[in-house]
Design a protein around this ligand. Structure first.
Ligand SMILES: Cc1ncc(COP(=O)(O)O)c(C=O)c1O
Length: 434
């Protein structure tokens, strides 16, 4: 490494911090990460260890993905065996590999709609953009090419690709990139079924391709749906022929103690998006599960080629990891465990609402947000996160004011107690050091 180059060379970095890498961190201030990083080197169950040997309770399961917890050797073995046999091969055209076929079959069994097909991607953002294309092409194939508007919700998060950025309703994520809402995308307030109905009527149903919805808003702050909302919007979509696209990237694979939140809330999506928990993050993977009514339009001889896909669609190692992960969820009865943990977490966190720094606690399944009183103290959440880290809990701020709580399903009762206790202490400390 030379020291003559300009910019944040390693020597500059070294002057500013004890550990700083060349990694440009996602969703972070480069200024701040050049000054300080925490290097995570190992994980076991619901805990991770840093390079200084400190263990942390992983309150967020990575980024809502480590459902079965860290360090599961059966997944590591499945990955190694598959990589040794065939790491990957294209699935373009009529090529397939046994790992991709097996996973698609398993996902079809678990899906909340009968007789679906599964389109595989490299992650959640790919799944979102794929779904927009499937929805629009579906209508083109049905002879209604003008039916291309996609409706989504305020506060929603649908990944960071082009279509996902247009769909998403978190303004801060779109600021400063020019006009990120492409034509053909419309947002409505969340949890207001009437607003969806009015938008469809205003735009004309014959212009609207699909409605995208996270069953529980995740990155936008963990907002469970208001009672009856999801069934009502599903009914509005059916009535107007609008495709119902349920983004289960966060909620899929057990977060709500069902395989999908669509089951928990009685939805039958036309398209269901998944990623994260499908492999518990051991290898990146995502996809779209398409209901029969959608895919059979593409199966018509006249439909021709669906010109969309990714190099790693059907990546054999990722698929083997997913199948091993789904097996583990069953073998360890982790959906049942989520049902127990969800109740205990809600009870534990509700005790925090008496703290002066806490505004409210929102929970749904094994997902929660502790919303802090930021009106008079906007830096409170960041200070809480720092105190929590010092106390051995890794969490992060979502929606500017809330702490994300979405632990692994293997969290023990003792760890749950520690999590709540340490969070409470961190909140109190942050309030008192203002
Ligand atoms: C609801 C939802 N959709 C899509 C995505 C994008 O997934 P990825 O980050 O894997 O691209 C996320 C990521 O957090 C998400 O929460």
């Amino acid at each position: 490494m030379t020291t003559t180059q300009s910019g944040p060379s390693r020597s500059t970095v070294a002057n500013r911090t004890t550990i700083a890498s060349r990694l440009w961190h996602p969703f972070s201030s480069l200024h701040d990460t050049l000054a300080s990083e925490i290097s995570i080197v190992e994980g076991k169950g619901a805990q991770v260890r840093d390079s200084d040997g400190n263990w942390y309770l992983d309150a967020t399961a990575g980024l809502w993905y480590a459902n079965v917890g860290h360090g599961q050797l059966s997944i590591a073995t499945a990955i190694a065996e598959q990589a040794g046999r065939l790491a990957a091969y294209s699935t373009f055209g009529n090529l397939v590999n046994p790992a991709a076929a097996e996973l698609a079959e398993r996902l079809a069994e678990l899906a909340p709609m009968p007789d679906p097909m599964v389109f595989l991607t490299s992650g959640g953002s790919d799944a979102v953009d794929t779904a927009v294309k499937i929805a629009r092409r579906y209508w083109t194939l049905r002879g209604e090419p003008d039916r291309s508007i996609v409706i989504s919700r305020e506060s929603s998060y649908h990944g960071m690709h082009g279509h996902g950025t247009s769909l998403a309703g978190i303004a801060a994520n779109a600021a400063g990139y020019g006009n990120t809402t492409a034509p053909g995308f419309v947002r409505v307030p969340h949890d207001d079924a009437g607003a969806l109905r009015r938008a469809i009527e205003r735009l004309g149903a014959e212009q609207v391709a699909a409605f995208f919805v996270e069953p529980i808003i995740g990155a936008g702050g963990v907002h469970p749906p208001v009672s009856g909302y999801l069934r009502e919007v599903a009914g509005i979509c059916r009535q107007h022929g609008v495709l119902l696209v349920v983004d289960e990237v966060v909620t899929g694979f057990g977060r709500t103690a069902d395989w999908f939140a669509s089951v928990s809330y009685g939805l039958e999506p036309d398209l269901l998006l998944f990623a994260k928990g499908v492999t518990s993050g051991y290898v990146p993977l995502g996809g779209v599960i398409a209901a029969r009514g959608v895919w059979e339009v593409f199966a018509d001889a006249a439909a021709g080629m669906f010109r969309h896909g990714y190099t790693y669609s059907g990546h054999a190692v990722a698929c083997a990891a997913a199948t091993a992960n789904l097996r583990l969820l069953v073998e360890h009865e982790l959906l049942d465990r989520v049902a127990v943990l969800a109740d205990d977490l809600a009870t534990g966190l509700s005790a925090l609402t008496v703290l002066p720094g806490v505004r409210e606690v929102r929970t749904a399944g094994l997902l929660a947000a502790v919303a802090l009183r930021t009106a008079e103290d906007p830096t409170l959440p960041d200070r809480v996160v720092r105190h929590a880290r010092a106390a051995g809990v890794l969490t992060r701020v979502i929606n500017g004011d809330s702490l994300q709580i979405s632990p692994a399903f293997v969290l023990t009762d003792e760890e749950l107690g520690q999590l709540v206790e340490r969070l409470g202490e961190a909140i109190d400390q942050a309030v008192s050091d203002q």
